[in-house]
Design a protein. Structure first.
Length: 95
């Protein structure tokens, strides 16, 4: 799947002199996302989840490719396969 900035992404803490508490998610010097002023543990967790997105998508796609054969009876009736397919479709803009 293409259409997104490939990983790895990383969480970058704010500079000490910044007055607004926000975390950045970056690929090199490129900003992917900024997480603003939420409850401290939540904004850290949200930023980490965003940074993990490319790895999570790759793991789901690998699982789909190496698990049940696409289109087999097992893949159609497997709830885990359906959840993984939904997440892959959502990441690709096909929810």
């Amino acid at each position: 799947m293409s259409g997104h900035t490939p990983g790895p992404w990383r969480v970058v803490p704010p500079e000490p002199q910044e007055t607004v508490q926000e975390l950045a998610v970056k690929k090199g010097d490129y900003f992917i996302a900024t997480v603003h002023d939420l409850v401290a543990p939540l904004h850290q967790n949200n930023a980490r989840l965003i940074a993990a997105a490319p790895d999570l998508l790759a793991a789901l796609m690998h699982s789909r490719e190496t698990g049940h054969r696409a289109g087999s009876v097992e893949s159609i009736s497997c709830p885990d396969c359906a959840l993984g397919a939904f997440a892959i479709d959502k990441a690709g803009g096909r929810e």
